[in-house]
Design a protein around this ligand. Structure first.
Ligand SMILES: [Fe+2]
Length: 207
């Protein structure tokens, strides 16, 4: 199993391509821009793309989803609470609620509902190895809560859930906002102020 991190578009977005094996099944997370580059990656690995997973409904994470779907036949999936916010030609073919998942190769992908940045935000636990965090958790920071549907208390609670996951997971964020593109969850627990906060009050006081 392998993963490719692609930095796309003007907003330093990260999309991810996962493959069960070269020439095997694949899925993409957050196709926010540059569908040609995403599809070139899919083609280079000869993947049969079956799923397009959206960590949340924001435009910069979904804008290339319809194009990737039209050119691969992959199904667009997100948390049901992301459906109302989707705009344009992006519509869901199915939903992924908390605790749901699917078998992928000889591994598993599991959904963790992490509202706060948006009501339908999810993280993906992939193969007990990677944690795709969307705009819930960045390297060194967390997502903003001042956009429509944002909720600081919900985001704090979501981050507490992520803190209980194994340190060895590699955090794969939705934007390249940190000093490195990815880092272990253990390092984030030690260094990221939004995870280090010992209470909601402390979390809220972070500038
Ligand atoms: Fe976002």
């Amino acid at each position: 199993m392998f993963m490719e991190q692609l930095r796309l578009g003007p907003g330093a977005n990260f999309a991810y391509v996962f493959g069960a094996a070269e020439g095997g099944e694949g899925f993409v997370v957050d196709p926010g821009a540059e569908p040609d580059r995403l599809l070139a990656c899919v083609k280079a690995h000869r993947l049969d793309l079956t799923r397009i997973i959206l960590t949340h409904h924001h435009f910069d994470h979904v804008a290339a989803a319809a194009s990737v779907k039209a050119r691969t036949g992959a199904k667009i999936l997100a948390h049901p609470a992301s459906r109302p916010g989707l705009q344009g030609e992006v519509t869901l073919d199915g939903t992924l609620a908390d605790g749901e998942g699917f078998a992928f190769g000889d591994q598993e992908v599991r959904v963790i509902h992490t509202p706060g940045h948006t009501p339908g935000g999810i993280c993906l636990l992939v193969a007990q190895r990677w944690l795709v965090t969307g705009d819930t958790l960045f390297i060194g920071n967390c997502g903003r809560t001042d956009l429509p549907g944002g909720d600081a208390r919900a985001l704090y609670d979501s981050l507490q859930r992520l803190k209980r996951l194994p340190d060895a997971l590699l955090v794969l964020p939705g934007h390249d906002y940190g000093e490195v593109p990815s880092r272990s969850l253990g390092e984030e627990k030690a260094r990221n102020p939004t995870l280090r906060a010992a209470s909601f009050e402390e979390f809220q006081a972070i500038p």
